[in-house]
Design a protein around this ligand. Sequence first.
Ligand code: ZN
Length: 104
Amino acid sequence: MALKIKRGDTVKVVKGKDKGKIGKVKKVLIEKKRLIVEEVNIVKRHMRAMGPDRPSGIVEMEAPISWSNVRLICPSCGEPTRVGFRFEDGKKVRYCKKCNEVID
Ligand SMILES: [Zn+2]
């Protein structure tokens, strides 16, 4: 399946409490249509102690956000954009709908 957003992409949040934030995609949860983005949607979790090196306490971590809440930042034009697909040399590639450049 072709994904519009991949790990390592830079995205901008366009909806929700972190609207306007920009971060790097750490993980794509394909089945849930969600992303984990660095420094976005931080939640606090209480962790149980996991041995001497991992004391219990509150840990901040990124919770997944819906991929409809973000736009990809195009590496070519630097703008938040929608992603399209087209075929080039028989290969499906992503492209920026703003500047028309292939992304990858
Ligand atoms: Zn672009």
